[in-house]
Design a protein around this ligand. Structure first.
Ligand code: NAD
Ligand code: UDP
Length: 312
């Protein structure tokens, strides 16, 4: 059945892929975005679709929003490179912005999905990370504006659920990559791919032994939709990501091989509080939502490179 869906952050990397999928499923989509880290180009292919409406606005203070049946809250800068320059924007998008959208969901009796993050686990002491792990976050560190605001966003959601019995679901997203990330976003995949395409050296922070697990965007979008669609869920929070733990050095070598460049690897200082290991435990999503990623890293990178080639 057709739904009216608000995608906050709909001009961003994940939000634009999600909006495109929802439009192709026949829904009406309203995108709320302030273009802080989003790009107009991301919505170009569907901006003229009559079922699509753009509100150029801030989730922290969105003004009047249309009545909707579903809300996805993805409006937050997500790159660690932005944590130093935009800490207040980030902290409030995930707290005040979540508050605003919860009020709107409550007024419309809408179901909501909140995009939380693996960063709620901080530098994890438990491996891989299940949803029950409560994390190890430095609340006053450089990543605190992001990690802790996502954590409080989750707390606010729990509070609204307790008091108003609302249907709000949280997804803790692990590193996801693909076309439409900004080449200068600062996150590792767009950075390495852009450096390799330009023949520049790839900048590994630290010794490159830290790990991440990389999920291709199409798999993640399928997960977001399945979480929203499920009529009954046994839990209100799900990890989503791929379980292919890689060192950053392995990733750099993979990018160099795929692009066949003469770029070399250089080492730069590791930023403060950079998590040393990260890998999701996705048993809950696999069992309860029947969701798991299917696209291997090699294949996902090959689908990503042409986009960055056109942008370099
Ligand atoms: P992105 O930066 O491409 O997208 C974020 C979008 O939100 C952008 O279009 C930006 O302009 C918009 N935005 C930011 N602050 C806003 C504000 N105050 N008001 C209105 N719009 C605002 O990043 P992304 O990777 O697509 O991330 C989307 C969401 O998913 C974020 O909430 C992020 O925390 C979460 N997430 C992403 C990843 C990932 O690996 N991509 C991992 C964990 C969590
Ligand atoms: N990283 C790197 N070089 C870069 C960008 C990132 O070595 O040019 C590292 C970063 O220090 C981290 C990992 O790659 O260990 C993933 O970084 P990203 O910013 O993509 O996301 P994070 O998982 O840290 O939020």
């Amino acid at each position: 059945m057709q739904k009216r869906i608000l995608v906050a952050g709909g001009a961003g990397f994940l939000g634009s892929h999600l909006s495109e999928r929802l439009l192709s499923d026949g829904h009406e989509v309203t995108c709320l975005d302030n273009f802080g880290s989003g790009q107009r180009d991301n919505i170009k292919s569907f901006e003229d679709n009559p079922s699509f409406t753009l509100i150029d606005g801030d989730v922290r203070n969105p003004g009047a929003l249309p009545p909707v049946d579903r809300i996805y809250h993805l409006a937050s800068r997500a790159s660690p490179a932005d944590f130093t320059d935009f800490p207040v924007d980030i902290a409030l998008a995930n707290t005040k912005g979540t508050h605003r959208l919860l009020d709107h969901a409550r007024a419309c009796n809408a179901r909501m999905v909140f995009a939380s993050t693996s960063e709620v686990y901080g530098d994890p002491e438990v491996h891989p990370q299940p949803e029950t792990y409560t994390g190890n976050v430095n609340i006053r560190g450089i990543r605190g504006c992001y990690d802790e605001s996502k954590r409080f966003g989750e707390t606010l959601i729990r509070s609204y659920q307790e008091e108003y019995e609302m249907d709000v679901r949280t997804v803790r997203i692990f590193n996801t990559y693909g076309p439409r990330m900004r080449p200068d976003d600062g996150r590792v995949v767009p950075t390495f791919v852009t450096q390799a395409l330009r023949g520049d050296n790839l900048t590994i922070y630290g010794d490159g032994k830290q790990t991440r697990s990389f999920c291709y965007v199409d798999d993640l979008v399928r997960g977001l939709v399945s979480l929203m669609r499920a009529e009954d869920v046994d839990h209100d929070v799900y990890n989503m990501g791929r379980e292919n733990e890689q060192t950053i050095k392995q990733l750099a070598k993979k990018v160099i091989d795929i692009i066949e460049t003469n770029s070399e690897i250089i080492y730069e200082p590791l930023p403060e509080d950079d998590p040393s290991r990260r890998c999701p435990d996705i048993s809950r999503a696999r069992t309860e939502l029947n969701w798991e990623p299917t696209i291997p890293l090699q294949e996902g990178l090959q689908m990503t490179v042409p986009y960055f080639k056109s942008r370099k």
